[in-house]
Write a protein that binds this ligand. Sequence first.
Ligand code: SF4
Ligand code: SF4
Ligand code: FES
Length: 359
Amino acid sequence: MPESKFVIIDGNEVDYRAGETVLQAARRAEIEIPTLCHDDRVTPAGACRICLVEVEGQGLMQPACHFQSSPGMVVRTDTPRVARNRQFITSIHLADTIADREIAEDNNPSQVHELAERYGTAGDWTAVDSPRQGRPHDDNPFVEFRPDRCIACSLCTRYCDEVEAVSAITLAHRGAFTTISTADGRALTNTTCELCGGCIDVCPTGAMTEKQALAYGKPERELEKVRTTCNFCGVGCQIDLNVDRSANRVVKVTSPPPGTTVNDGNLCVKGRFANDFIEHPDRLDTPLVRGKDGQLHPASWDDALDRVVEGLQGVAERHGDDSLCFISSSRCTVEENYLMQKMARAAFRTHNVHQCAAT
Ligand code: SF4
Ligand code: SF4
Ligand code: FES
């Protein structure tokens, strides 16, 4: 008899690929299984237990994020036992973090609270007085770790190990004392940390959060996301500007979900945190043209561009077309780079064109 290529999830035959987990097969079939400690970019840890499902022949429920699919396996994700587990697990995690959603979501959204609301979790378990230690003297400018919100799911450390590949943070201590630490509890700036902010992005509770946005004081749910392309280099990472419309300010940058854009949910320190230049008072927001007095004066774009053309044409007339050279940047779009070489060749009759990515 030929080997089955299907698992049966909630009565549906679901095709799966070699090595896929139950969660991966279910998601392709659009069968929802909640997760907290899972991210497709890192090795599953089976830490949070929210994704437990029933698997025929297994006495205990199994974590869908970790359990491999096998031929003919029968999985159930919508039984009373599974539903009870989801309520129980969200209760436990609520007791181990800040129970009040308004307070818990003072900056980043909390997936624990979102799931608790979805499953009607009462949230009446006695809060655990967590002995988890933080790093109050970590004076790095960007990443804040708040131990009272951490559920020790280890997603941040796995991201730091496996995606960023710097292992700056680690699980430390045991049992209720388990926390996220660094070597000798040093500040992130004294470790291998590259301040990519990925640990903030994957954290399901807001325990890892952005210092600057926290100081601004408006939760992410009150900000509007505006998708754009990062302009710090030529990779073309997609970023979401989180905008406070009432103040017309960019409060922070988040990355679009993994698997949806070219950067797969990852950003570097510049893309994620270096956005305060937008409000900098020295930033030029109008062209400046040098007057007869030798000083720079604000000008219209038409006047400024006329002056540029006049200067370039003057050099070409006096010294020949090849006395000009046009240098473009990988920070510009492909279209802008194309137009730069087109202008050099068609308007100024020179092939002296270069772009920094060519070196
Ligand atoms: S900011 Fe990036 S490199 Fe630093 S600890 Fe977080 S994930 Fe690791
Ligand atoms: S800081 Fe966040 S991502 Fe890291 S272990 Fe705690 S809850 Fe999980
Ligand atoms: S998502 Fe499967 S155990 Fe956490």
